[in-house]
Unconditional design. Structure first.
Length: 108
């Protein structure tokens, strides 16, 4: 699968995100706190990872329900996607990394 045309079009789309697992227990903050803190640092909304069984299609089609897959729930509540793509400038990447480090230090 290829990324859409434009900057980074020669790179597979899977290289467009970095998905760290947040140690929410050690940090003492939730994944949503981290996302909001990144927004406050002018980092575009990093996306969340939603377990597949919580998507409406799969709930309706297969009758899956919340908490049916506890491992997926655990990972989903601790994972974010940082906006890091091959088409970003080095400065943009540095901004994301600096903001992420700052947020983690602020939460600790």
């Amino acid at each position: 699968m290829r990324a859409s045309r434009g900057a980074g079009a020669r790179y597979p789309s899977r290289l467009s995100l970095y998905t760290p697992l947040i140690d929410v227990d050690r940090l003492g903050k939730t994944r949503d706190w981290v996302l909001n803190a990144l927004i406050a640092e002018n980092i575009g909304r990093a996306s969340t990872i939603i377990p597949i069984h919580r998507h409406p299609f799969y709930r309706k089609t297969y009758g899956w329900r919340e908490n049916q897959f506890p491992n997926a729930e655990w990972i989903g509540s601790r994972t974010i996607s940082l906006p890091l793509a091959p088409g970003l400038s080095d400065r943009d990447v540095d901004d994301v990394i600096t903001a992420f480090r700052k947020v983690l230090e602020k939460g600790a």
